[in-house]
Design a protein around this ligand. Sequence first.
Ligand code: AMP
Length: 718
Amino acid sequence: MKKLGNKMLKEKEGERQKVDSDVVDTTITCDCCNELPTIQPVTTRKEGEENKIEDEEHGHSNNQKKRQLLSDKLLIIIGLALTIPIVLLESLLPHSPLTGFITLALATPAQILLGRPFYYRFFQAVKHKKRFTTDTLVVLSTSVAYLYSLFTLLFTNSHVLFFEASSSVLTIFTIGEYLERRVLNTTTESLKNLIALKPKTAIVMRNGREELVDSDDIAVDDIVIAKPGEKIAADGVIVIGESSIDESMITGESVPANKKIGDKVIGGTINKNGYLQFKATNVGNHTVLANIIEMVKRARMSKAPIQRIADRSVQYFIPIVLSIAIASSLYWILVGHQAITFAVTVFATILVVSCPCALGIATPMVISLGIDRAAREGVFIKGGQYLEKLSSIDTIVFDKTGTLTNGKPQVTNVIPNGGYNEFELLQLASSAEIKSEHPIAKAIVNKAKERSIPTLDVSEFNSISGYGVVASRLEKRIFVGSPKRNDSNNGTTIPQNLQSKTTELESQGKTVVAIFVEDKLAGLIAVADTLRENAKSMIDEIKRMEETKYNIILMSGDNERTARAIAKELGINNVLAEILPATKAQKIKGLQHQGRKVAMIGDGINDAPALTQADIGIAMGSGTDIAMSAGNVILIKSDLNHVVSVLKIGEYSIKKIKQNLAMSFAYNAITISIAAGLLYGFTHSLILTPTLAALGWIVSDSAVFGNSLLVRKFYSKN
Ligand code: AMP
């Protein structure tokens, strides 16, 4: 898991710049919410201060959010207290001379108090050269209604006043904003759960005494104590004691890990039974847990391209609405010969109905909920853009070793040749492989250990990526690796009988390696890896999704026969075998050239370029640092079923965004037409007023929000 921490630290540098621009962008373009552009690009901060400042920002915004909700509630009460009497007076005593002045007295504080945030944001938007925002519509419609009524009351004898419209629109929009904010504030479940993992205090050895400190005050190299049942307060290495540690919250491993002196511990995990002292290695914002939290926060703030389209379209949408409002009002005065009051109602109503809430807030809400939904299962999607890309994937390439298989092969057959016996063959092979990190090497070395075979001294060890290893023993060259690579074994071929044995073993899904001493074949060793739990069920499930929309490919450095045997076991038809590590990314590129949108799922160092090349790189959490920094999606718990979850969440989220956009477009098209007076010819009465329009806005908003909230519930029912 240290890997994950390191990975995220490294990754931060690379991803930071990109995500930061998204952060700034978010605050500027989120029209419907109250967040003003307060977050500065992190790149302008001093190195090292970043995490602290960001945490402060998050802490600050949490308090800010609470205060905001409270002041919203207060405003709603004031709004209702002022608006209800206005509505009653205007409907019960419309012709009383007093009504006008009383309603003015009530509508004015409503306009000032409730209108204040809208006016503030409106002027801020003008100042920041944002041409139009949703507030433009609220400010224009209520100001027109209020000022027109004021003018009518003071300078004419007319009793047609719109104070009821201006104050009810403001009250309803304030209620709407309150509801929106409440919904947005509840989308941080996975973050809350993660933050809750962090212990508040810790016991540290200082000056030979136990001292209770705030867990944020633990310093690197501090000796921290973890008693049975307590949480581990930071990342570190055990110096005293032994215990089993529940790491399921971070690694997904359900069986507690037994740890002893020298083993690593992860902050946030639980010490089950033993007394431990560990030396802190990563503290504060640098722990694995802090980095995971950081990653989720950043992802939530990022944007999907579909959202940028939505943001940009507001810029076109509002001038169009304004033009329609002006044109309709002029039409009714000049062509329809209606009174100015009629035209004012039409104008204000059109502006009120067209508040593009789904564009401004429902889309980021879906993205945030989608990322949150995935995070709750232990899948980290690094940004909204990847959530969207997930929905367009049509080809999924799986790396074999370590991804579909456990990556821990075991020796199954030892076949000596040319006068060697099993003992000698394993001794030669394990001696040559001892320095290699390759899973096959580990399998051979383990087998030798199991049989208590001592290793021999070898020199000039060399690993040939994708081929095998070479080493020298008593001036003789030993090669352990792929039997096919003639260039590595001086052109010697495998005798016929062993060739058919090799074919047989490979057809069983085993990997056969040849051991050559100079150009003499000393024998063959076969290893077999086990399939990961859920590998088969995951492939079956992907095939079931959307009538096999996906083209599934298994990619491996192994020979064709072994790779095909494994593919067959899993029900995968397409195999890319004998792919050298360096060419994995090229293969992905080739698929992209064929017009495919490729997701690559891998774990090894070899996979990093391919993960980067793919449209979506999905890295296994148990994989290497490099693979995880190259991945756009990380399966923290390395559960293959999560591949299915993430594909489904991506698809579902984008479906919801599209539905929201379609719903609000349809709503706007219908209500703007009605507000413009399209039906007036038939009904001869205005069937929409600003108040009704604002109520309609709440209804359509609730539909959009309700639809978006389904993302949170998603998957449990699938
Ligand atoms: P890879 O690309 O790492 O999956 O390796 C592809 C093939 O090269 C393996 O299937 C083996 O046949 C061979 N190979 C690579 N490294 C080793 C090694 N250390 N020991 C034995 N065979 C190896």
